[in-house]
Design a protein around this ligand. Structure first.
Ligand code: FAD
Length: 531
């Protein structure tokens, strides 16, 4: 084992210790009993009610039917919808519907304002899954929705406002049906098999309705569908879960003055450790980071004194020529449960107040920011961490850090770990394969993609990243379409067929590197967007 491998293994080992301290709980909603009780209440006499009987007795109409339903329109959901629709053929078309509770698609990209799908791409990061994640960056650039790079490396920064429109265009071009302003509220299970999902109940301005679906892909970030369907999941307690963040943008930055200030006082990843106890492998420490902390000392001291669970400091992103500083990831709240509406309310309000305070601190302490004006506060605060399903396979930190390979790989992700006070940047070219099984919960005909897929804390710190979410989204979308077409239960889908379709969709499922690589021969299939 090389020195590097020993080091990274020691880091992961410390994490496993944390897990052993019991910070993570396994939970499961009492689904079967709840369902049986519900069925008896609504059907009075017929405990084996079908969805149609539901309709008559609850007066809940079946408002739509589809082959593949995607719940949630973030990076995972968009990728799942595009992938499922692109798996359609003339001979066997797949009807795909994507639903989202807010008024736009994009998830954390558009509703929180996070513009960097691949900020980890420092020199030495040679492998990505390609597929839809990279396509989102390419299409955004082509459509004028990405006109700048991240501060200290070659990553594209998406214009998160523009991305709302780009997501609409991509979904339309692929032939997906769309439903906005619609919240998932419950899972509809097969009356004869309470472990099999057959649709969802939704709420919107038109009222409550049922959408029947052949396969459901849960891309809600919080595994809402899986939890309501009775699947097992893990959840960290309030104290140990990653913090919530209110992102904001300002205008009026004097770019020249600010960049001079940064030059004089450059920040590195080692500086992160001044505030957060953070482990790295050492190779990250001297890399430049768009990071601010000392600028908020006074504000942080006053909050500490008042024992308020909010802190200031973190990253800026790219600056535009027009003096906009977007994606300011500087206001963090800790100790709130993102699955509790009261906690969410308190944190939203605290975060907005924090943004006003942060703007004043920036004006006072940061050269170039003296005259800035708040341009917007994210429409919702960002959540990093809530439920993670228990899957057929639960990815581990060891898998991430040992270049794991799986027979049921659906794509790869670089060895990039960011979270729970650990930072490993993928500067070595190392990467791991992602197995389909970590998208398969113990509910039939359901796949789960995005940040709530199955794994331990360390693997979550890798898999929560948006590019990884596009890999699981695309994998889940293809698997849902193939299992529906093959008439196989989602848990028994033919993996070879899923992989063949992913390769046709130009996903680098094994992480071959460089020009001339075997997989690259499929690059001309024309499956990507022509927009
Ligand atoms: C502040 C912050 C900064 C981050 N920075 C980065 C970064 O720089 N780079 C990076 O790669 N990653 C970053 N991440 C992580 C990354 O953004 C998320 O992990 C990722 O967006 C998760 O993708 P997802 O598709 O699983 O979920 P989301 O992006 O959360 O999308 C889920 C979607 O489902 C919808 N939804 C939820 N519940 C329901 C429901 N009941 N009914 C209907 N719709 C529903 C939501 O409205 C949302 O649109 C950051 C996260 C946060 C919070």
């Amino acid at each position: 084992m090389s020195d590097y491998e020993s080091k990274i293994n020691r880091l992961i080992g410390r994490w496993e210790g944390k897990k052993a301290e019991g910070k993570e709980t396994i939970e499961q909603h009492k689904r079967k009993e709840e369902r049986d009780a519900l069925r008896q209440t609504v059907t009075h006499t017929n405990p084996n009610a079908s969805v149609e009987t539901f309709r008559e007795t609850m007066e809940t109409p079946v408002v739509d039917k589809c082959d593949v339903l995607i719940v949630g329109g973030g990076p995972a959901g968009i990728s799942a919808a595009l992938a499922a629709a692109r798996a359609s053929t003339k001979e066997s078309p797949i009807d795909v519907l994507i639903m989202e509770r807010f008024g736009c698609f994009g998830g954390v990209i558009t509703t929180v304002g996070m513009e960097t799908l691949g900020w980890y791409r420092y020199e030495g990061c040679t492998v990505d899954s390609e597929g839809i994640g990279k396509e989102l960056e390419r299409v955004s650039k082509r459509m004028g929705g990405s006109d700048r790079k991240w501060a200290f490396n070659d990553s594209e920064c998406l214009d998160t406002e523009n991305f709302k429109f780009i997501a609409d265009m991509l979904l339309e071009e692929a032939g997906c049906r769309t439903l906005l302003h619609t919240s998932f509220v419950d899972a509809i299970m097969d009356p004869d098999d309470s472990t099999k999902i057959i649709g969802v109940a939704v709420e919107n301005k038109s009222g409550r309705g049922i959408i029947k679906a052949g396969r459901v892909v849960d891309c809600s970030g919080d595994a809402d569908v899986a939890a309501r369907a009775g699947a097992r999941f893990t959840k960290l307690n309030r104290k140990d879960a990653m913090g919530l963040t209110t992102v904001f943008n300002v205008v009026g930055v004097n770019k020249e003055d600010f960049l001079k200030h940064i030059e004089k006082k450059p920040a590195t990843y080692e500086d992160w450790s001044k505030t957060w106890q953070q482990d790295t492998t050492g190779k990250e420490d001297d890399l430049k980071s768009p990071y601010m902390q000392d600028e908020f000392s006074e504000l942080n001291d006053s909050k500490k004194e008042k024992k308020e669970p909010i802190s200031f400091g973190g990253s800026w992103s790219a600056l535009t020529e027009k003096g906009e500083a977007t994606n300011l990831n500087l206001v963090h709240m800790k100790g709130f449960d993102p699955l509790n509406a009261q906690d969410l309310t308190k944190a939203e309000i605290m975060g907005r107040k924090g943004v006003m305070e942060a703007v004043e601190a920036l004006k006072k302490t940061v050269p170039g920011f003296n005259d800035v004006k708040l341009r917007n506060v994210a429409m919702t605060m960002g959540i990093r961490d809530s439920r993670k399903i228990i899957g057929k396979y639960n990815l581990t930190g060891r898998d991430v850090a040992s270049q794991a390979k799986f027979e049921d790989t659906i794509g790869v992700f670089p060895e990039f770990i960011d979270g729970y006070n650990i930072l490993i940047l993928p500067t070595t070219g190392r990467f791991f394969e992602i197995p389909l099984r970590c998208l398969q919960p113990d509910t039939e005909n359901l796949y789960v993609a995005g940040r709530c897929c199955a794994g331990d804390m360390v693997s979550h710190a890798a898999m929560r990243n948006m590019m990884a979410c596009t890999v699981t989204g695309q994998g889940a979308g293809v698997a849902a379409a193939i299992s529906f077409r093959n008439k196989e239960p989602a848990s028994k889908v033919t993996v070879k067929d899923v992989q063949a379709e992913l390769v046709r969709q130009e996903v680098n499922i094994h992480g071959y590197v460089g020009a001339g690589a075997e997989w690259a021969s499929g690059m001309t299939s024309g499956i990507k967007s022509k927009i």
